[in-house]
Structures are given as structure tokens and as C-alpha cells.
Design a protein around this ligand. Structure first.
Ligand code: GN1
Ligand code: MG
Length: 374
């Protein structure tokens, strides 16, 4: 999505884009997307077909080793392109992989004189990012996309990618960070804050469910996306089929359950994670059914019986975890996620906690649904 903020050819942003394309090839640059961490721009080129590429400044507070992020993305996309080449013919559907674009001097990133870390990624043309799931067919396509994503890297050993964001999706560690902040002054005491504190207290015993399963050997480390929320899944507007999963910064070792839970907490919340009507947030069981149907259709070849055993836990844990992360950031003074107003992270936390409550209220139905594939 373009945000409509045009930049001037003399701006420093144009100097950055010129590291990746000759100056006379660039037509314009606009702010793009709604990322909470990095700064993203869409660069339009002056060729006949008005092609684009994505220019991004990586948040090096969040990703302290950005070169390793780039290395992971390159290893991932080379592997997947190879897999796709091998299966061309047997896979009739369109599937696209974002690629790292090199600078005019052949590097995969450029560090500005100020020390900012910039990189360019190919833009997937003729494809739309989803803001909300429109119907059950789209929901099934979202599940298919995550299944494809996992399937295409299921044969790449997890240790071949670096851990570029230590502690990512390790819920007990987020709980520890939260507990460290407890006792610090709440920015603005309010009933909503008390609700969050109580909500977390009531569920903290369940926070290590996936980490315990990993320690016991029930769940194994694999390569994951890390952030497969629905606006990172692209749909071809003509065929209405999913064609890509973008935003590869958190491709690294992890549990596929983090991805499944994250995709469902995003896909089954029709009001969206930015809604201000947090009291009305509900988990949509039909969309859950359709996303899982699409996912299992592809993933059944690599899912183990234990993977199914922990699906409900993942669906329940990931919205709780994200709510905890947002609330902790609110208490810390909004240092991690970008915000548009001081209570933004508090509001986001409330949305995720309401979603968690709705999942709890439908636990028996969600478990029954999962049983249909076991
Ligand atoms: C962040 O920046 P963005 O929107 O791609 C976050 C995800 C959260 C998401 C919530 C590295 O992703 O974990 O689920 O916000 N990414 C990181 O919208 O923390
Ligand atoms: Mg992301």
C-alpha cells in the first residue's frame, strides 16, 4: 500500500535509491506499507512497464546483525528458487520469491554516511497485499501460502540460517521482560491497564507450553517465516490465488507453530490488529477452518502427529504473546514498535487479549476442528 508521501529528487532518499539503480532510471519514491519496525519505500522505475523495487532501512536496534539478516534471506531465496526450478511443470501455479537486489557495486546492502543500513528487494508485480480476509476462499489461500512457504524450506536444515533475533517468539522471555518492568510507573493508570495486568497474571503459567514441547523433543526447530501476518501474503488480483509471502527479515530457525499461531491471530480477526474497537474483537472460527484447511492441504506431507497435538496451544499462545509484547512496549515507553499516539501499543495489546479470550471461549470447537485432520 502506498502512503502517498512523495519525496523530492534532491532528497537523501534518492541518493540511497541511486546506490541500487542509476539515477536516471528512477521515476519516483513513496513511503510504502505499514511495518512496525523498518522504514519501507516503493521506488518506481522509468521503464516502459513502470517496474518497481522495495527500498528499506533496517531497524538495527531490533536487528543488531543486519548482514546476517541479508545472508539468511539470500540463502532462503536461492534454495527456494532452486526448488521451484526443479518442480517446474509439476507445479502449475504461480509462486514468486522476493529477491535481494545488489548495489551498483555488487553489495547486498549499503550503509549511509550516517550509519543507516539500507537494502533493496524485488517488488512482486501484479499482486496485492491483504489488509483483511474478504471471504473463505481467500482464507484458504492464506493457509496455502503458509503451507507452500514451509514446504519449500522443509528440506533446508534449520542450522543453515543464523538466529538474527534472539528470543523472538520465546514467550517466557517476553514474560521476563514484562516482569522486569513491573513496579515501574504506569504511563497513565487506567482500567485498561489493570485489565492487561490481570490478563497476563491469569495466563502466565501457560506461557511456556511451546518451549516445553521443544525441550521435550515433541516439537523440532525448523526454518520459519516468523511474521506471516496476512498483509505479508500476496494475492494475484486476477486469479485470487496466493502467489507469495513477503517480509523475509525473520526467516530463521524456530517452531512452525509460531508461524501458524501468528497467521491465524492475524487472519481470523476480521476487525484487524489496529482496530480501536477492541471490545468487539472476535476470533472467526470459519476463517480458522479455511486457513487450516489450506495449510494442511500442503503441509500434511511434513506435519508429525505431535505437530497436530500442539496446534491449539499455538493458536492460543501467539495472540497472548503479541499482546504481552505490545503491553510491555507501552510500559517501556514505546521503544520497539512504531506508534502513532502514546496509547497505541496499549490499544494493540487490548486487541490481542480480546482475541485470546475469544479463542478460549471457542477452545472446544477449535480442538474439534483440529481433530478432523488428526
Ligand atoms: C512487527 O514490522 P512488522 O509489522 O513486519 C513484528 C512482528 C509482529 C508485528 C505485529 C521483528 O512486524 O513480530 O507480529 O509487528 N516484527 C518484529 O504487527 O518484531
Ligand atoms: Mg515483519
Amino acid at each position: 500500500m502506498m502512503n502517498g508521501v512523495l519525496t523530492h529528487p534532491c532528497s537523501s532518499l534518492w541518493r540511497v535509491a541511486e546506490q541500487f539503480q542509476p539515477a536516471d532510471a528512477i521515476a519516483d519514491i513513496q513511503e510504502f506499507g505499514q511495518g512496525n519496525i523498518n522504514s519501507t519505500f516503493l521506488v518506481t522505475l522509468k521503464n516502459e512497464s513502470d517496474q518497481h523495487f522495495i527500498l528499506q532501512r533496517l531497524n538495527t536496534q531490533v536487528f543488531p546483525k543486519p548482514q546476517l539478516v541479508m545472508q539468511n534471506i539470500r540463502t532462503y531465496s536461492e534454495h527456494v528458487c532452486q526448488r521451484l526450478c526443479e518442480t517446474t511443470g509439476s507445479c502449475p501455479r504461480r509462486w514468486e520469491v522476493p529477491k535481494v537486489l545488489l548495489t551498483t557495486t555488487g553489495q547486498d546492502h549499503w550503509v549511509s554516511p550516517k550509519g543507516d543500513f539500507w537494502r533493496a528487494i524485488s517488488y512482486i508485480e501484479s499482486a496485492q497485499s491483504l489488509e483483511a480476509i474478504a471471504d473463505l476462499h481467500q482464507a484458504q489461500e492464506v493457509g496455502y501460502a503458509l503451507g507452500m512457504f514451509h514446504d519449500l524450506i522443509s528440506d533446508l536444515p534449520a542450522h543453515q540460517l543464523a538466529d538474527t533475533l534472539v528470543g523472538f517468539h520465546i514467550t517466557p522471555q517476553y514474560l521476563q521482560q514484562y516482569e522486569h518492568l513491573q513496579g515501574t510507573q504506569v504511563p497513565h493508570p487506567a482500567p485498561e491497564v489493570d485489565y492487561c495486568v490481570q490478563f497476563i497474571r491469569d495466563r502466565q503459567q501457560q506461557a511456556d507450553v511451546l518451549e516445553r514441547a521443544k525441550a521435550k523433543g515433541d516439537l523440532k526447530l525448523r526454518l520459519i517465516h516468523g511474521d506471516p501476518k496476512i498483509n505479508n501474503i500476496l494475492i494475484d488480483p486476477d486469479t485470487q490465488e496466493a502467489v507469495s509471502v513477503i517480509d523475509l527479515d525473520t526467516v530463521k530457525p524456530g517452531l512452525i507453530h509460531y508461524d501458524i499461531g501468528d497467521c491465524l491471530r492475524s487472519g481470523c480477526n476480521p476487525l484487524g490488529e489496529e482496530t480501536e474497537e477492541w471490545e468487539k474483537v472476535c476470533f472467526d472460527l470459519d476463517q480458522c477452518q479455511a486457513i487450516l484447511q489450506g495449510y494442511v492441504g500442503v503441509a500434511q506431507s511434513f506435519l508429525t502427529p505431535q505437530d497436530y497435538d500442539y496446534l491449539y496451544d499455538a493458536i492460543h499462545l501467539l495472540p497472548f504473546e503479541l499482546g504481552l509484547r505490545f503491553f510491555t512496549d507501552y510500559l517501556a515507553g514505546n521503544v520497539y514498535f512504531k506508534v502513532h499516539y502514546p496509547e497505541h501499543n496499549l490499544n494493540r495489546a487490548l486487541v490481542q487479549f480480546k482475541l485470546t479470550e475469544s479463542i478460549e471461549a471457542q477452545a472446544a470447537d477449535i480442538r474439534a476442528l483440529i481433530k478432523t485432520w488428526q
